[in-house]
Write a protein that binds this ligand. Structure first.
Ligand SMILES: NC(=O)C1=CN([C@@H]2O[C@H](COP(=O)(O)OP(=O)(O)OC[C@H]3O[C@@H](n4cnc5c(N)ncnc54)[C@H](OP(=O)(O)O)[C@@H]3O)[C@@H](O)[C@H]2O)C=CC1
Ligand SMILES: O=CC(=O)O
Length: 293
């Protein structure tokens, strides 16, 4: 018996994911630090839990979709945290993007208390989350992967099982590192074409006509040109992922010079106050002005 599902963290991604579970007829108990974010989902059929521990106590399987490592640790180990509710028969599926060491710490603590743990970060942003088209990069307890697969099939279009805890996190930050370097390459191309007196629209058209055509450029390119950055993936989270990827590179002695340079642009963008805007706003930092004139 998997239901009700617990869900901790109702940000951009968590809210969309819970909504899909509800639409699929699943019972869900939700918790969010800012409790007001539970209200809409409660009206749609969810139940609100009092704390992470309370949600885990009510649900055999609890998902989390939280901002970053420190938050995932606080929600697990803090007062009224996940661990207080974990015992045999309980399972925790953390979909937050965190580093492999954080994931391992949480996994060890959950399993020590008799629970099961699956690391399950996702590739895919706000729209795929809304459309139930996320790609799950899971690792950890294989039996839990099987038990939770029906829910992953509601939330996503693909679910990979990658072996030991840490591999999901490593895969996720590697994928986002590639995305971060691509966004910076696109930003530089747009900035260069503008300064060189070329049409930026033509650059996007040329890129789209050939081997570099991709969904990322199709979505983010026009946003960069308009100077409008509707938040799908907050820039501060993408910079965090670049940092996590560089740390993995450090651990395994793999030089990542291109990613390190891209990370510097994300850090610059954050320092300019663009952290809560969409990740595409890295273009503003590189170009040096808010909008095209
Ligand atoms: N947006 C995207 O495109 C994607 C994001 N991700 C990853 O998913 C995770 C969530 O992303 P997203 O939904 O975009 O992020 P949001 O910033 O929209 O949401 C973050 C969530 O974390 C909670 N939170 C933040 N700080 C704390 C804290 N100190 N204690 C408890 N809860 C806290 C927030 O609660 P509150 O509402 O109270 O602030 C909110 O529920 C991140 O790890 C991100 O990297 C992965 C794939 C795509
Ligand atoms: O983490 C972001 C994404 O688009 O994937």
């Amino acid at each position: 018996m998997a239901e009700p599902y617990g869900f901790l963290g109702l940000g951009i991604m968590g809210t969309a994911m819970v909504r899909n579970l509800i639409k699929a007829g699943k019972k869900v108990v939700v918790w969010n630090r800012t409790a007001s974010k539970c209200e809409e989902l409660v009206q749609e059929g969810a139940k609100a839990g009092k704390s992470p521990a309370d949600v885990v106590a009510q649900c055999p399987i609890t998902f989390a979709m939280l901002a970053q490592d420190e938050v995932a640790l606080e929600v697990t180990f803090g007062p009224d945290g996940v661990l207080n509710g974990i015992k045999e028969g309980k399972a925790y599926v953390d979909a937050s993007t965190v580093g492999p060491n954080t994931s391992k710490k949480i996994s060890d603590a959950v399993t020590k208390k008799g629970g099961r743990y699956l690391e399950a970060p996702v590739s895919g942003t706000k729209q795929p989350a809304e459309q139930g088209k996320l790609i799950f990069l899971t690792a950890g307890d294989k039996s839990l992967f099987s038990d939770v697969k029906p829910a992953l099939d509601i939330l996503g279009s693909k679910a990979l099982f990658l072996g030991d805890v840490g591999n999901g996190a490593r895969m996720k930050v590697t994928v986002n590192m590639v995305m971060g370097t691509m966004l910076n390459a696109l930003s530089e191309g747009l900035a260069l074409s503008e300064k060189a007196g070329l049409s930026q629209e033509s650059l996007l058209e040329v890129l789209d006509a050939g081997a570099m055509s991709c969904g990322l450029f199709k979505t983010k390119g026009p946003e960069m040109l308009k100077g409008e950055y509707p938040v799908s993936f907050p820039l501060k989270h993408h910079q965090k992922d670049m940092r996590l990827a560089l740390a993995v590179g450090d651990e395994v002695a793999q030089p990542l010079p291109v990613a390190a340079a891209a990370d510097q642009n994300f850090i610059l963008a954050k320092s300019l106050g663009y952290g809560n805007e969409d990740t595409a706003a890295v273009y503003k930092a590189l170009r040096g002005t808010e909008k095209r004139v």
